[in-house]
Design a protein around this ligand. Sequence first.
Ligand code: NOJ
Length: 740
Amino acid sequence: MPANTYQQGRIKQVFSDKNAQTSYLISQLTLAEKIGQMSQFNNDAENLHNAIKQGNVGSVINEVDPDTINELQRIATQESRLGIPLLIGRDVIHGFNTIFPIPLGQAASWSPDVIELCAKIAAVESSNSGLNWTFAPMIDVSRDPRWGRIAESLGEDPFLCSTLAIAMLKGFQGDKLSDPHSIAACAKHFAGYGASESGRDYNTTNIPENELRNVHFPPFKAVAEAGISTFMTSFSDLNGVPATGNKWLLNDILRTEWQYPGFVVSDWASITQLITHGFAKDENAAAYEACNAGVDMEMATDNYAQHLPSLINSEKISIEHIDAMVSRILRLKIDIGLFDNPYAANSTSSKQLNSFHLAVAKQAAIKSCVLLKNDKHTLPLSKTAIDSLAIIGPLADDGYEQLGTWAFDGNAEHSITCLEAIKAYVKDSIKVKFAIGMETSRSNHQDGFDEAVNTASDADVAVMILGEEAILSGEAHCRSNINLPGCQEALIDAIYQTGTPIVLVIMAGRPITLATILPKVDAVLFAWHPGTMAGPAITELLFGEDCPSGKLPLTFPRTVGQIPLYYGQKNTGRPASESTFIDINSINVRAPQTSLGMTSTHLDTHYSPLFPFGYGLSYSQFEYKNINVDKYSINMGESLKIAATLRNIGKVDAEEVVQLYIRDLVASVTRPVKELKGFQRVYLKAGQSKSIVFDLHTDELAFYNRQMTLTTETGIFHAWIGGSSDTELKTEFEVILPSE
Ligand code: NOJ
């Protein structure tokens, strides 16, 4: 067994294992020092150095300067009584210095490999600066595009979210947490935050237990099982009990049922906010509720420091409970290797944004872009067939906005914008003229329209680069309308009037309602916020150096009134179909009222989305045929193979994300009309075909039933394979008990 060493002053201790080291430290810590380990301070806290020296600090958040971090670690390890190093935490959400696409964009790549590599690079860059803990991945299943934090999420689907979250976790934590370039990850926000009512951040959530278990918990359970180091509580109130004081959530589910060994951190001041929620009467009660529920570390506020001593003295909280919490925190510090070396991995690394990191950022952005429309093969643009190009829009040449939300440590000066990249790519072969059109994406002034119209009129093609500025999504940045903001729709109208074909590139942190402008543009490339390398990535796609292959990780509604709209809906007792679409204007005045023939739809729009989950075009076309199962009946506990033939019938070599969906036709609780159960990214040369096979075990058909037990029920299932959730290529199979 490897010996663990621990140097305290001049005394060097050797332990047989990590448990022994943890127990030893627990035996040495005073109560105040234990509570210190449970406290996270912001980097600008008053008297931080002294507090560290006194052993009152377990973790520091938001410091990124390597020299400062090294000094904090020096004080912790050399000047505090027990020399316990610090966890240094930061929101490294989609890159550190090299900024990758926002997580929602990365999710559109449907590529665990891309996501793992982005997280790995973020871990390398941030650990070089001395960080050892990130507050990512954010794995709240998100079905409300009004919610600003949807930008940070991995989309609407529990399966996609779980698969990609595990990839991100692997990237951050590496093969070994003690590797100097691994950083601890944090699953957040536990739980239900994505369901904030009306998509307004921090808002209440009411989620039945069955829905929690079948939809919101799976990504958290998946990363808990995959070894994520920490969990963060949600700000929100879950069924009347705020998550930060929710013992059922943190103790009964996470700790007891899932046997999660890592530690739980509160969100920023969320312990104090238990008072604001109306759940705790004062700070003492807030500290009690959070600690009793199972929050091991407090972020930013000091309720634990102020009130745990009296709560322990009065035996409301037992010292055994505290010891267990502190042990979990110490254990991470040991696992991550901080007792061996707490310092920045390479504080002199001058080239954080090296060519490899930038190449990965470009590839990630390429794979994240989703081609939503491409009439008459408008894209790719041909260098030879076009003489002049108009580049229009406030996001065409803005290195800051393309980074998106949570890009604290990215630098706009390192960004390459679309305008820069397009000019560099076409050199003198195409005349490129730029008109900003609007000052910002939100602006309502049309002063720039004339210049934009003139620029477009003179050009063969207008590439409009529109969308949302970074600040329009992210924490507390929610919108009640999710259309193109400001006067962008009017700008599109104005350019449309010129008759010049329009290629619309959208950078945004959420789905945008595009129904009204779609008929006016010839092609739409949805790029999310692509990060540092937005320009080169988009340029290569526009000119066909690479082929779009991203697929939507969530549903795009036609109108905000359809929200929540997601593919995995329940069938209802009166499901709609396109034939039951009702045009509100076609209803006769004083029409007779009847209760017959009514279905679950809105009068004034279709029941279906504008673009379904999983959708995304390519410059090539793919044909799906011959879906089949290797056996019709499978015994419970066994697997079957579901296969289809995929053929690239277009003229371009391209990648396709092949998706497998199932439906459990009859179950003891109603099940979604479709559920994603597998996906594969497949590269096919033009004309090439391939049999795509998915293995499906009956365990993968399990769901939580009325007794909240995870179970697979016998019966008939439908299965579909295709390039989007609206695929109609269907087969079926039956799950039986072995004796049947
Ligand atoms: C609040 C956010 O909700 C959380 O996601 C983040 O990690 C913390 N602040 C720390 O910045």
